[in-house]
Design a protein around this ligand. Structure first.
Ligand code: PHE
Ligand code: FE
Length: 275
């Protein structure tokens, strides 16, 4: 008899059940989509906009994951899988490490267009999936999943989570036409898409890996500081090394509040508090 195999963990995958969406729900998607289309034309980075074009079927209404997956799989080998909501950390990281992106299937209500606490399908799919069409970013997300499993074992997940927050969710990037957005938490929010670039209030600081992993973040309001990468190669290269010694070094350093500016920061914009 073959040796006893550990049973696979529950992967939390459910069917999207695309045919169950109502006309009203498709309408909410289209409203959000067209609103962001206008706002992001001059604000999102070219890679995000190209990903959106590549996933053209996303304009029609709530996309069917089967149709998106045909396009996404051909581009970078990623697959979107439906999950019921937030999943345990180890499950989330294992999906990413296998190039599967867990996405919720519910959409916000018509009276929640501007703000929603938990991620819905507009955030997960419109916000995240276009960047997964980009080969470098696609590799970054997979590496993040592998790094997440490691960080869990090292008790340093809170550090790595800050990197995700300030890059994948709220990242900005330089471009020939000025600073642009790539973070999913921003591109799926009308208010923050404008605020992060145009408001004088938040800091805009150069990307610095260890500095980011020391920095706390806000989950209940627009960010006080955004970190700006030069390009995706910089982000990918900076995160290639083994983080084990970084986590050890960070143990000896204090955490920073979200609005802190250090003498060593590259300050692209020093935030002003509102008068
Ligand atoms: N290189 C990181 C580690 O060893 C993993 C990682 C890659 C983390 C990319 C984030 C992003 O932990
Ligand atoms: Fe997200």
């Amino acid at each position: 008899m073959s040796e006893l195999k550990t049973l696979p963990r529950d992967d939390f995958i459910i069917a999207q059940d695309w045919s169950a969406y109502s006309a009203e729900e498709h309408g909410i998607w289209r409203t959000l989509f067209h609103r962001q289309e206008e706002i992001l034309r001059e604000r999102a980075c070219p890679e995000f906009l190209a990903g959106l074009v590549g996933l053209g079927v996303a304009a029609d209404g709530i996309p069917d994951f089967r149709r998106l997956n045909a396009l996404l799989g051909a581009a970078t080998g990623w697959t979107i899988v439906a999950v019921p909501g937030l999943v345990p950390d180890d499950v989330f990281f294992a999906h990413l490490a296998n190039r599967r992106f867990p996405a919720t299937r519910f959409i916000r209500r018509a009276d929640q267009l501007d703000y929603l606490q938990e991620p819905d399908i507009f955030h997960d799919v419109y916000g995240h999936v276009p960047m997964l069409m980009n080969p470098i970013f696609a590799d970054y997300m997979q590496a993040y999943g592998q790094g997440g499993l490691k960080a869990l074992g090292l008790g340093s997940l809170h550090r790595l989570a800050r990197l995700y927050w300030y890059t994948v969710e709220f990242g900005l990037i330089r471009s020939p036409s000025g600073i642009r957005i790539y973070g999913s938490g921003i591109v799926s929010s009308k208010g923050e898409s404008i605020y992060c670039l145009e408001s004088p209030v938040p800091n805009r600081l150069g990307f610095d890996l260890l500095r980011i992993m020391r920095t706390e973040y806000r989950i209940d309001d627009f960010q006080e500081s955004y970190f700006v990468i030069d390009d995706f190669d910089q982000l990918f290269a900076a995160t290639q090394p083994d983080f084990t010694p970084y986590y050890a070094e960070l143990q000896t350093m204090s955490d920073l509040t979200p609005g802190t500016i250090l003498p060593s920061d590259v300050v692209l914009h020093r935030g002003k508090t509102t008068p």
